[in-house]
Structure formats: structure tokens, C-alpha cells
Design a protein around this ligand. Sequence first.
Ligand code: BJW
Length: 232
Amino acid sequence: MSDIRNIVILTGAGISAESGLRTFRAEDGLWEDHPVEEVATPEGFARNPDLVQRFYDERRAGILAAHPNAAHEALGRLDAEWSGELLIVTQNIDDLHERGGARRVLHMHGEGLSVWCQSCDARHRWTGTLRDSPSCPACGEVAMRPDIVWFGEMPYRMPEIFAAIARADMFVSIGTSGAVYPAAGFVQEANLAGARTLELNLEESLGSRNFDETRLGEASELVPAWIEEVLG
Ligand code: BJW
């Protein structure tokens, strides 16, 4: 590990599964009993805003009730102790990385505890509900939506992510199925950059063959063990 300076870590729903937050890809194609296109597309929101606001109100409450697990806490330790470059790119909308102590975190699919005003473009931290049509604290209009990247929308801060991957000596993917792009393509970018690539997952993902190494098991065991190797 002595040759490693710059680390990029991609996390997905699997890292928060042991904190009680459900993962996405159920075999029946439903997510919390909804077809994904109904609740995670701008078209679904335009068709039925009330349903989508209620869906994310419940997700927000779930995030607030959850607690970081040993995997989040180990990444918090890595962030505190790693003197090289580190970027934790999460697809998750929960704040468990931050509550686990990590600071160098980027939420590429948005944040469940943030809302976005479609009238004045302001974003606000939000722990309440949107189903009751509150007005925007900045402009007073009733035009707030969840600050979430839905299918067909551009994920956040892509140039920053690609630049960090281009500099990476090591790329680690934790608890993501490799089903959703552009995140699913990051490992190939990391391979092109000459980085060592490691996957930590409960089971093989769609992208496993692209990694130098895959370790299978629960994130709460695999992540602290890998971080012990890196820091030790
Ligand atoms: C454990 C564990 C334990 C369980 N321990 N592991 C055709 C081809 C290619 C692309 C496209 C295409 N058609 C359309 C597209 C683009 C589309 C896309 O990828 N669609 C696919 C369905 C094919 N992508 C987009 O539209 C994105 N935007 C875009 O592409 O813009 C254009 C662009 C072009 C070029 C550059 C840049 C941009 C936007 C995607 C937005 C995704 N949004 C969601 C919902 C929002 C968040 C929310 O509501 O919560 O994000 S979808 C959902 O999937 C969510 C997740 O972040 C994302 C990824 O899921 P994740 O995290 O991988 O979870 P799961 O459930 O799939 O997997 C869990 C994993 O954990 C499993 O592997 C388990 O084994 C593991 N696990 N327990 C360790 N204890």
C-alpha cells in the first residue's frame, strides 16, 4: 500500500443496508412498492407530484431514523487519518457518511435532506415534509422538489469526479450493483488511469469482471478490514 497516495471510493446502497435503509434493485422491479419510473424520473414527478413528494417524505424520515454502521465509521476514520487525496463519491442520498465522520464526501445523486426550489434555484436543508406544499424560505413560492438526481438528469459534480479518478492510484467500489450509469463506468475510467481497482460487495456485481480484485461479504466487515490494511 505504500505506493498509494490518491484514493477514490464509490459507495452505493449496499453500504447503508446494514443501517436499515433498503437497496434498490428488487427482482420484481419495484422499489418500496413503486415502479422506479413512477418515483425517480422528472416525468413521474410531473404526472403525480403528490405521490413523489410523499415517497421522498418517507425516505427523509427513514434517513433521519437511521444510524451509521461500522463501514461508514471506518471510512470516517480513513478520512481523518489519510494524508493523501481522498474522495468518497456516494450515490446514496442519506447522510450516514457525514454522520460516520467523513468530510471528503460528494453526493452525485443528490441529498435526501436537501430540497431545491424550482422557482429561485435555492437549496435548503430540510428535515420536514413537502407533501403539504411549503413555500420556499428564500423566494416564498411553492415550488420545492427533492434535491435528488432522477433518471435522465445529470448527476452532480461530474467534472470533479472524473478529475479525481484520473489522478487516482486506487479506486474502491463498495455496495453498488453497477446497474446505473455514469457511476457504473467509473471503474473503467480508473483502469484507464492505471489505478488499482477493488470491489467490496455482498455478491458479484454487473461490473465485477472490471476490477482487479473483488471481496465478497458484508460492508460492515469488509470495509473496516480493508481500511486497517491501508492505514496499518
Ligand atoms: C451489500 C450489502 C451489504 C447489499 N454489504 N454490499 C442505457 C445504457 C446506459 C445508460 C443508460 C441507458 N438508458 C438510460 C441510461 C442512463 C441512466 C441509467 O444508468 N439507466 C440504467 C437503468 C441503465 N442514468 C441516468 O439517467 C443518470 N443520468 C445520466 O446518465 O445523465 C447523462 C450523463 C451522461 C454522461 C455523463 C454524465 C451524465 C442519472 C441516474 C440517477 C439515478 N438515481 C437513483 C435514484 C435517486 C436516489 C434516490 O431516490 O434514493 O439513484 S436510481 C438508484 O440507483 C439510486 C442509486 O444511487 C442508484 C444505484 O443503485 P445502487 O446504489 O447500486 O443500489 P442497488 O440496489 O442497485 O445495489 C445494491 C448493492 O449493494 C448490490 O450490489 C448488493 O449486492 C450490495 N449489498 N447489501 C455490501 N450489507
